[in-house]
Design a protein around this ligand. Structure first.
Ligand code: 2AM
Ligand code: CA
Ligand code: CA
Ligand code: CA
Length: 278
């Protein structure tokens, strides 16, 4: 894709993310109609579906040949080499439902299955994270025109690291064993563990130098497509939990401030859950 077309997509998607963020804030105050998906802790609201429909329709109108993958879409499109928008309308629905101010809109764009654009917007703190492949990652706060260039922290050892991870919405024995056994081992080896309920925001926290690593089993391509690019462009390192290259369809990730921390987490994790691919 030529640089002008990519720039056009970036500007348009940023506007959409800001509008979607406004909807999140406004609906956050009112009563929500909550539906359960795969478990009592796996939630979806009308706002998730409404925002996804809005983003889908606007993007299709402007870029009719682009493809689209979204969490709440009924018929999931296959991921191809074509320009593909990978969207999570609300990452952190549990937070949204409870008004915990840590949810975001996540919009990624892949071409040839590589991430070219990552946009994550948290409306509660009015924080917009933007990355373009090869051009760095930036944080735009409030109305400020100039972004702050993101740079990961340089942490040299797991025993000096702040690590993020999630329990997720899945509730079965295999996941339970994976979450708690890994937490027991990693949690005891590092400075502390934080679990704030949004995969995309966690990756942005590592990109911003607020945390040193994030690992998780059970997430999906729309949880990481935008924010993994933001992390990479901030100088971070993302890989599979077994240490190989990140496979965004394989439901797991280590995102760290550097390769050394990622590899330390990879070799320290006692359990690597295998889940059905996206
Ligand atoms: P969601 O809000 O878009 O569903 C990876 O941790 C992802 O799992 C989160 O970003 C979140 O995305 C999803 N998830 C689903 N249920 C969850 C729960 N009960 N707690 C935390 N994350 C949950
Ligand atoms: Ca969900
Ligand atoms: Ca999500
Ligand atoms: Ca979601």
């Amino acid at each position: 894709m030529d640089p002008q077309s990519l720039l056009e997509r970036k500007e348009f998607a940023i506007e959409l993310a800001r509008q979607a963020g406004k909807t999140i804030l406004e609906s956050s105050k009112s009563l929500k109609k909550i539906e359960l998906k795969d478990s009592f802790a796996d939630l979806v609201t009308e706002t998730d579906k409404g925002i996804e429909k809005f983003l889908f329709e606007e993007l299709k109108r402007k870029f009719p040949n682009d493809r689209f993958i979204g969490e709440e879409s009924m018929n999931k499109e296959e991921w191809t080499n074509e320009p593909t928008w990978i969207i999570d309308p609300i990452d952190g629905t549990t937070n949204f439902v409870h008004t915990f101010p840590y949810s975001c809109v996540s919009i990624g764009l892949s071409i040839n299955k590589q991430s070219y654009l990552g946009i994550v917007y948290n409306p509660s703190f009015d924080r917009l994270y933007v990355a373009v492949k090869g051009e760095g990652a930036y944080l735009f706060e409030g109305n400020k025109k100039d972004g702050i260039k993101l740079q990961v922290r340089n942490c040299s050892s797991l025993d000096e690291a702040l690590v993020m991870s999630e329990f997720g919405g899945q509730r079965d024995d295999a996941k339970k064993e994976c979450v708690f056994r890994n937490l027991e081992v990693i949690g005891w080896r590092c400075h502390g563990v934080r679990s704030l309920g949004s995969a995309a925001m966690n990756l942005c926290a590592v990109a911003s130098g607020h945390a040193d690593a994030y690992y998780e089993f059970g997430l999906h391509i729309w949880d990481m497509a935008a924010a993994a690019l933001i992390l990479n462009e901030a100088g971070g390192y993302a890989c599979d939990t077994r240490g190989g290259p990140l496979d965004m369809q394989n439901r797991r990730i280590i995102g760290a401030c550097n390769e050394h921390i990622a590899k330390q987490i990879s070799t320290t994790l006692p359990i690597h859950l295998d889940l059905e691919r996206d």
